[in-house]
Each structure stands twice: as C-alpha cells, then as structure tokens.
Design a protein around this ligand. Structure first.
Ligand code: HEM
Length: 475
C-alpha cells in the first residue's frame, strides 16, 4: 500500500509566534516527513479539468519518505489502538448515533457537564484556601485537570445514573490504552505479540473482560427495566438515547447488538477524552499569552451570566472564536485524517481562483495533515502563525479561503460526531473558569507540543490561577 501525505507547501513550525523566546522542543512536522504535492509532478489541474494519475507511473511521482519507518510506527500504533473504530460499517452506525448527538439533546446535557465542572472549581478553591497563607496564586497542571474533568463529563453524560460504574469502566480503559500503547511502542514489530501470555497482555485481557462485563450489565439492566415496565425510559444520557433510537423508526432499520453498543461507548471515551482535554489546555495557554483575549472573554462571561447562570444556551461568541482559533493552531488530531480512495475531495483553492483536483486510484491511502493545512498562507488570510480569533468572527467558512481548510473535526460522512458536544463542554469549562479565575503562564512553562495520539504539551500545561476577587482588589 502506498501512502500520500496531502499537505500544502507552507510548513509553519510549532511553536506559534506568540511564544517566541520560550524554550521549545522545536518543530514537530519536519519537511522530510511529508510528501509535498506542490513540489512533485502530481497533476495540479485547473478548475474544470479532472484526470486520474497513472498507477504505473506513481513510483516515479511519489518521492520516498525519509522518515517512513517513524511514520509507519505511529500509524501502526494508531491503527492498533483504534481498531475497534473500524470493526463495523460505521456509516450504518451513524444513523443511530446521530440522533443521540443532536444539538438540542446535547444542550440538555449542559447541566450534567456543569456539575462536573463545578466539582473541579470547588477543588481549586479548596486548594487555594490551603496555600493562601503564602500566596493567592495556585499552580496547576491544566492538562491533568482537564483530562479529569473531561473523563467525568463523559462518564456522566454517557451513563447518567450509572455514573460510578461508567467512571470505573473509563478508568480501566485508560489503563488499558496506556498498557497497549507502551507495548506497541516496544513490541509492535513482533508478529502476534498481543496474543502471547505476557504479564502486560494478561492485564490487558483482564481489563478487556471487566470493561465488557460491566458495560454489558449496565445495558442489559436498562433494557430489562424498560421491558418489565420498571422504568418508563432508557434514561436521558447518551447510552439511554442510543438504546431508545436503536431499532426504532429513527434508526432506518439499523439495529445495534449489545456488543455494538459496548464498542460505541468505549469509542466515545477513546475519541472524546484526550481530544477535549488537549483543546482546553491549548486554549488556556493561548489566553494566558494573550491577556486581552482572556479579559474580553471574561467580560463576555460576566455580561452573560449577570445574576443568572451560564448554561448550554448561553451565546459565548468570543469563547467560540478563541476555541476555533485554538483548534486551528493546535488541532488535537493534527494528522492522520485518513481515507482510502479519495476523488477530488480535497480540491483546494489555488492562488484564490484556481481549483486543484486529484483523482486518486483505489488502494492509495491519503493522510491529511490538518495541522499543516491550518497554517497554510494560501488558505488563510494573513498572520497564519498568530493567535487571531477575530478571523472567526463571521464563522469558519468566512475565515478560510477554502471550504475544507479547517479540518480539526475531520471532514465528510465520518466527521467527528462529538464536535458539538466537545465545543459545548469546552465553552462551559472556560466560561465557568473565567467567571471565578484569571490565569497566566509560569516562567517554568516549556512550550513543547508533542503527538501522543493527540497533540499534547510534552511537559504538561502549568498555569498560575488567581481568584477574580484578588485580581480586582489589586486593581
Ligand atoms: C476537541 C475535541 C475533539 C476533536 C478535535 C475531535 C476530532 C475528531 C476527528 C479529527 C475525527 C476523525 C474524523 C474523520 O475521519 O473525518 C473524529 C472522529 C470521531 N469522534 Fe471526535 N473529536 C473531538 C471530540 C469528540 C467527542 C467529545 C466525542 C464523543 C463524545 C467524539 C467522538 C468521535 C467519534 C465517535 C468519531 C468517529 C466518527 C466516525 O467514524 O463516524 N469526538 N473526531
């Protein structure tokens, strides 16, 4: 199988300009990793032309990738960890899942999200009280905090009344992913390694069994309660909605088995946990570096909240722009939006007018490096490396010259099903945080974005948080 990395020519390195002068681990995308379409002989066609590039001549057209082994290893890990994503026909499943993720349904989950967020803020208040004698600032690793709150939110919104069991499942799953990841890094090259009864493999099998049995029990109990008329609905959480839609007229004839539903619940956690935590961590870093935006978002939150509460219906435009700009600069999944056989799907505007279209023969896999595409000067209006949320003032389509220039949530029929969920959660977390705290980066912060499945800060995301009342009294 051949791989093409479809990228645009301007490889803007991490870090962004706003962090110049800070210690940095250097660019994460190296030119040698990437097959550059512009510099090759691939056909770049004008607007109405359409052609297929020749299968047999490909060898001469596709340059050898210097770091093929490194990239392949990452791909293997990705495929290994996410194999359950591809077990069934995903298009069919989306028929059942889409209604569960409808935005009106998600808004009703805002209250559950706020419960988890409030627990996090109460914990911060408590820790501040403990250190208050020395200082009014508290240093927190935001990556860890957001990872925890995002896991809590997923457990609560997925499993509602079965929150505790759900949380235990997710904790097991996290341990499992870590064990698999560590082994995959070391032993991916040994054939059938994962079938050998090593200590770690036996731990993985035990965790797999426990996750399966707990989820199966939750699902079967809910189904039984409705069948025996002990409950009038399956529940108002994501699991309940999936059970309700499953097999009903809304599902257009698709029926998921218990095993399918178990897989879906596990996928939500896998796909929605670290991604949302990473988005939140980068967003707070960018707001800490750009205090004017932090103040602007804070003022909006205070204005919105008034005497009432921020909820899922609050229109937080500034925060939305900040989040979109964060997703542009630091997309949690900056690479590997992977498709086999694409036909002109990624036609991008060229010099503002011309369109490039490619017909890719079957069997060729395309990986789109959206992290690179998001910083392409040809697609985005100037200051591509700068934090400039204003560009999203009129929505995503106006911010970018190309329809497909913004790909943080993927594209097409398999675009991220949880994007509204993630944006809602991120907005509620940041709004609640800005209502009570202001934050800045400590001098110890090292800017080192690194890919661990998602784009994460290699050395964590330390942030100094100060309660609002003390910043006001300083003024
Ligand atoms: C900032 C947060 C998130 C980001 C950046 C993100 C990004 C992505 C991306 C890039 C894809 C691949 C899309 C494609 O191949 O075109 C994806 C797929 C997916 N995401 Fe997310 N995601 C996020 C949050 C979530 C959440 C919170 C959930 C669930 C609650 C979720 C569930 C899924 C699922 C189920 C898929 C597979 C969809 C399919 O194949 O049909 N994601 N996500």
């Amino acid at each position: 199988m051949r791989w093409i990395f479809l990228v645009t020519p301007n490889l803007a390195p991490f870090p962004a300009r706003e962090l110049e002068g800070r210690a940095c681990d250097g660019p994460r995308f190296h030119r040698s990793n990437i097959y550059n379409i512009e510099s090759s002989n691939l056909p770049i066609l004008t607007k109405h032309e359409h052609t297929t590039f020749n299968h047999t001549n490909d060898e001469t057209k596709i340059e050898r990738l210097d770091n093929m082994c490194k990239v392949l290893r990452l791909l293997l890990i990705w495929i290994f960890l996410s194999s359950f994503l591809f077990l069934y026909d995903r298009a069919q499943r989306r028929r059942i899942l889409n209604p569960a993720f409808a935005s009106d349904k998600l808004k009703a989950m805002g209250a559950q999200m706020l419960v988890c967020i409030q627990e996090m803020l109460d914990d911060w208040e408590q820790r501040l009280l403990e250190v208050k004698s020395a200082t009014t600032e508290l240093e927190l690793d935001m990556m860890r905090e957001f990872s925890k709150v995002s896991a809590d939110v997923l457990s609560r919104t997925c499993f509602g009344s079965n929150f505790k069991e759900g949380k235990a499942v997710f904790e097991d799953q996290e341990t499992l992913i870590e064990a698999i990841y560590q082994d995959a890094m070391r032993y991916a090259i040994i054939p059938f390694y994962r079938f050998l009864p090593t200590v770690r493999n036996r731990l993985c099998w035990k965790l797999q069994r426990r996750i399966h049995e707990t989820l199966k029990a939750i699902i079967e109990n809910r189904m039984r309660a409705v069948q025996k008329c002990q409950a009038d609905s399956y529940g108002d959480d994501l699991l309940g909605r999936i059970l309700m839609v499953n097999g009903s007229s809304l599902a257009h004839g698709v029926v998921l088995t218990t095993q399918d539903i178990i897989d879906e619940c596990r996928t939500f956690f896998f796909a929605g946990h670290e991604t949302t935590a990473s988005l939140l961590a980068w967003a707070t870093m960018l707001m800490a570096c750009n205090p004017e935006w932090q103040d602007r978002a804070g003022a909006e939150v205070l204005e919105m909240r008034g005497d009432g509460y921020i909820n899922a219906h609050s229109k937080l435009k500034t925060l939305e722009m900040i989040l979109l700009e964060t997703l542009r600069l630091y997309p949690p999944i900056p690479q590997l939006i992977s498709r086999t056989r694409l036909q002109g799907l990624y036609g991008a505007t060229h010099e503002g007018t011309e369109e490039r279209k490619l017909d890719i023969p079957p069997g060729v896999r395309i990986n789109v490096l959206c992290g690179v595409m998001h910083r392409d000067k040809k697609m985005w209006v100037d200051n591509v490396d700068e934090f400039h949320p204003e560009r999203f003032a009129n929505g995503v389509s106006r911010a970018c010259k190309s329809m497909h220039g913004f790909m943080a949530f993927g594209y097409g029929p398999h675009t991220c099903i949880g994007q509204t969920f993630a944006m809602l959660e991120a907005k509620l977390v940041l709004a609640s945080m800005l209502h009570s705290f202001r934050f800045c980066l400590p001098h110890t912060y090292e800017h080192a974005p690194r890919l661990y499945g998602t784009l994460r800060p290699q050395h964590g995301m330390p942030l100094l948080i100060t309660p609002m009342h003390s910043t006001e009294s300083k003024k």
